[in-house]
Design a protein around this ligand. Structure first.
Ligand code: COA
Length: 324
């Protein structure tokens, strides 16, 4: 059975770090409030003239180097983003050009907000499994700082900019949960929950980019229940148990959501990868950023079972199980 095996990871964070204290100097908030309610201590913010495609390209180069591959070895580039450089073309095509690809491979964006990386991974996995491509670059990249209302303390303190990238390549497995590669992906959305988390603009509605609007408490309520449910769905589909999971790498939206979901699933804190404290919520970039960190510090090793999950605007939510 064809499997999509992880061949390399990469990440990029903009140089500029904005601490909670710096935000507290600009708006009515405090380091204590932000840390207590979200677990965030700082976020990275892209420089003027630094675009989502630039962040994505840096992360992609690192992932390609880790995989020992050249840009033209890649058959598919999927960028998960809600903050594209332009309305069109897809940021993936900009990245393709910035990487120097000349092989006419395919590139497109996936838009599922904070669940974007899980949706993009599922997309690339299916292209590989059906044999349409042998290799894929799956990137989550965001400049959420550009779509925040910096006067809305209920939202602007929670997000940051960054990018993470994963190289996948086709491998052969036995069709069991012992195989290396992507073992499952489960995706959901419910458009009736639009008003909980959205951007109040767009090319077809206002003609403006708009800013993020969120019902924080309601989003929180849905997050733990939906993400736990989609993880249970994944475990049941693969015949695995929570205790089989070596590393739980959730979307990094809020430390309290991460803790609540891990507790509900019975995954001990020592097996949870947390980067929300230093990255804040980087939307589609948060999972590949966290994966990259945990690979680099040698927590995630070949053969480990890795569980990812996310929820975002739409609402959208999903999970994935990978054997590294
Ligand atoms: N600094 C200080 N006070 C703040 C604040 C800030 N940055 N933001 C909100 N407050 C205030 C509110 O105005 C409110 O004051 P009031 O009681 O006088 O009205 C109080 O803090 C409590 O607000 P509330 O929104 O009820 O707090 P909360 O405990 O729900 O925490 C969030 C707010 C946003 C941190 C929390 O709801 C959350 O994390 N939600 C999920 C968000 C998320 O993950 N979104 C992305 C999903 S991908």
């Amino acid at each position: 059975m064809r499997r999509s095996v992880v061949a390399g990871m990469g990440r990029y964070l903009p140089e500029r770090i904005v601490t909670n204290a710096e935000l507290a100097g600009r708006i009515d908030t405090s380091d204590e409030w932000i840390r207590e309610r979200s677990g965030i201590t700082q976020r990275h913010i892209a420089a003027d003239g630094e675009f989502t495609s630039d962040l994505a390209t840096h992360a992609a180069r690192q992932a390609l180097a880790a995989a020992g591959m050249a840009p033209d070895d890649i058959g598919l580039i999927v960028v998960a983003t809600s903050t594209p450089d332009e309305t069109f073309p897809a940021t993936a095509t900009v990245v393709q050009s910035k990487l120097g690809c000349t092989n006419d491979s395919m590139g497109f964006d996936v838009q599922a907000v904070c669940s974007g990386f899980v949706f993009a991974l599922a997309t690339a996995d299916n292209f590989i499994k059906t044999g349409q491509v042998d290799t894929a670059l799956v990137i989550g990249a965001e400049t959420f700082s550009r779509i925040l209302d910096w006067n809305d303390r209920g939202t602007c303190v929670l997000f940051g900019d960054g990018a993470g990238a994963m190289v996948l390549k086709a491998g052969e497995g036995e069709g069991t949960s012992e195989d290396r590669g992507v073992l499952s992906t489960h995706l959901h959305s419910d458009g009736n929950l639009h008003d909980l988390l959205y951007v109040d603009g767009g090319p077809s509605s206002t003609g403006e980019v708009g800013v993020l609007r969120m019902e924080g408490r309601e989003v929180f309520r849905h997050a733990v229940s939906k993400m736990s449910a989609v993880v249970v769905e994944a475990l049941e589909a693969t015949g695995l148990k929570a205790e089989d999971v070596n590393w739980f790498v959730p979307h990094q939206a809020n430390k309290r959501i991460i803790d609540g979901t891990a507790r509900k699933l019975g995954v001990g804190a020592e097996r949870v990868v947390v980067t929300i404290d230093v990255h804040a919520n980087t939307s589609a970039a948060s999972i590949p950023l966290a994966l990259s960190v945990a690979v680099d510090d040698a927590r995630i090793k070949q053969g480990d079972l890795v569980l990812i999950e996310a929820m975002g605007g739409g609402l959208t939510w999903g999970s994935g199980i990978l054997r590294w």
